[in-house]
Design a protein around this ligand. Structure first.
Ligand SMILES: [Zn+2]
Ligand SMILES: [Zn+2]
Length: 345
C-alpha cells in the first residue's frame, strides 16, 4: 500500500491529506465520487464533491447531510494537507467524478486516481469519462468478467420500443435505479425519437426534476396517480427496480415487466426476478472497457475495490502491471435489484 492512500475500516484514507474517499462510516473529512448511496453517506464532518453530487446528496439525505460542504470544480487543483486533489468526469451518473490525488510517495511525485464507479459508453445525462494519466489506478470490477459485454443503450431502448409496438394494449413498467439509470433510460428514449409522455413512479420524481433542471432532455414526464392506471395502456412507466414485483405493479393489469441493468445479461437472473423484458443497460464499465481504461491511464499499478476482482487482477498481471484486490465490502449494490434501494427514495 502507498503512504498516499491506505485502507482503513472506514474505507480508502489519504494520511498525507487527512481525508477519506467514499467512506462507509462518518469521518471528519470525506471526498465523495458520486451520489449513489453506497458511496455518498450522511454524517461526515466536511464533504468535498462536485456541485451536482452535493445537490444530489441534499436531495437524498437532506440539506444537513454534513456539517460543511465544498464544491469542487472539474480539474480544479485543491490543496489538502501535503497533497493536491482534483475531480475529473467519470461518465457514471450526473456529477460523478474520479478523484486524482498527487503527493510525494517514497520521495517521488505520485498520482493516484480513485475512479469510483465509471463507464465509457455514451450517456446523454452526464459528461463522458476522461482518462487521467496516473501511477496507480483504483477501479471497481462489478462487471469484471469477459462474459460481461454491454450492448449500446440505444439498442436496448429500441427493444423496449419494439415490445411497446408488439403489445400496444399492455403498460410497460421499466425498472431502473432511481439515480442515473432512470434518467438515462428516459434521455435515450428521447434520443431515439420517442415523444409520448414518460410516466414516473413517485420515487423517481425528485431526481428526474433535478436532472431536467441541469439541462438533461427528458422530455415530458408525468407522475402517475392511482386514478391514471387504466389509462396507461401502451405507455412506458419508469419505476424503481423493486417496484416491478410488488403490490404496486400488480395494479397494472397485464403489464410487461422490464428491467434495465447490466445484470440482465444473465438470463437466469432475469427469470428469477420475474423480468419479462431484460434490458442490458449498465452504468458500469464492462470487461472490454475496464481493461481498455486501465491501459489508457498508463498506470503501473491497479487496485480493484470490489466486484470480480480476481479476473481483473489476473489480467493486469499478465500485462506486467502490479495489481491487488482490496475486497472492500459495502460497495456495488446499485444495479442489483435484490440489494438496491426500494421504492421509498
Ligand atoms: Zn455508482
Ligand atoms: Zn458503486
Amino acid at each position: 500500500m502507498s503512504a498516499l492512500l491506505t485502507l482503513t475500516p472506514e474505507g480508502l484514507y489519504c494520511p498525507a491529506g487527512d481525508f477519506h474517499i467514499d467512506p462507509m462510516r462518518p469521518v471528519p473529512r470525506a471526498l465523495i465520487t458520486h451520489g449513489h448511496s453506497d458511496h455518498a453517506r450522511a454524517g461526515h464532518g466536511a464533504v468535498l464533491a462536485t456541485g451536482e453530487t452535493l445537490a444530489i446528496m441534499a436531495i437524498r439525505c437532506g440539506e444537513n447531510f454534513s456539517r460543511a460542504q465544498q464544491a469542487a470544480g472539474l480539474s480544479e487543483k485543491i490543496g489538502m494537507g501535503e497533497t493536491t486533489v482534483s475531480f475529473h468526469p467519470a461518465g457514471h451518473v450526473l456529477g460523478s467524478a474520479q478523484i486524482a490525488i498527487e503527493g510525494r510517495h517514497e520521495g517521488r511525485l505520485t498520482r493516484i486516481v480513485v475512479s469510483g464507479d465509471y463507464k465509457r459508453q455514451h450517456d446523454p445525462t452526464c459528461l463522458p469519462f476522461e482518462p487521467v494519466r496516473c501511477d496507480i489506478f483504483i477501479t471497481e470490477a462489478t462487471f469484471g468478467l469477459p462474459v460481461f459485454r454491454h450492448p449500446e443503450a440505444r439498442h436496448e431502448i429500441d427493444r423496449l420500443l419494439a415490445s411497446c409496438k408488439l403489445f400496444p394494449e399492455r403498460t410497460h413498467l421499466a425498472g431502473a435505479y432511481s439515480l442515473g439509470k432512470a434518467q438515462r433510460v428516459a434521455a435515450v428514449l428521447r434520443e431515439v425519437g420517442y415523444d409520448r409522455p414518460i410516466y414516473l413512479h413517485g420515487a423517481m420524481e425528485k431526481l428526474m426534476a433535478f436532472y431536467a433542471s441541469r439541462g438533461v432532455n427528458l422530455g415530458e414526464t408525468r407522475k402517475i396517480s392511482a386514478a391514471d392506471r387504466s389509462e396507461l395502456v401502451g405507455e412506458i412507466v419508469i419505476c424503481p427496480p423493486s417496484a416491478i414485483n410488488d403490490a404496486w405493479a400488480g395494479k397494472f393489469p397485464d403489464a410487461v415487466a422490464a428491467f434495465a441493468s447490466g445484470w440482465m445479461r444473465i438470463r437466469a437472473r432475469a427469470r428469477q426476478q420475474g423480468v419479462e423484458l431484460p434490458l442490458v443497460v449498465s452504468d458500469h464499465a464492462d470487461w472490454d472497457d475496464l481493461t481498455a481504461t486501465v491501459l489508457e491511464t498508463g498506470c503501473s499499478e491497479v487496485w480493484v475495490t470490489h466486484g470480480e476482482a480476481d479476473a481483473l487482477v489476473h489480467w493486469a498481471q499478465t500485462r506486467q502491471l502490479r495489481a491487488q484486490p482490496l475486497h472492500m465490502l459495502g460497495y456495488g449494490k446499485e444495479e442489483d435489484p435484490v440489494a438496491a434501494e426500494g421504492g421509498t427514495t
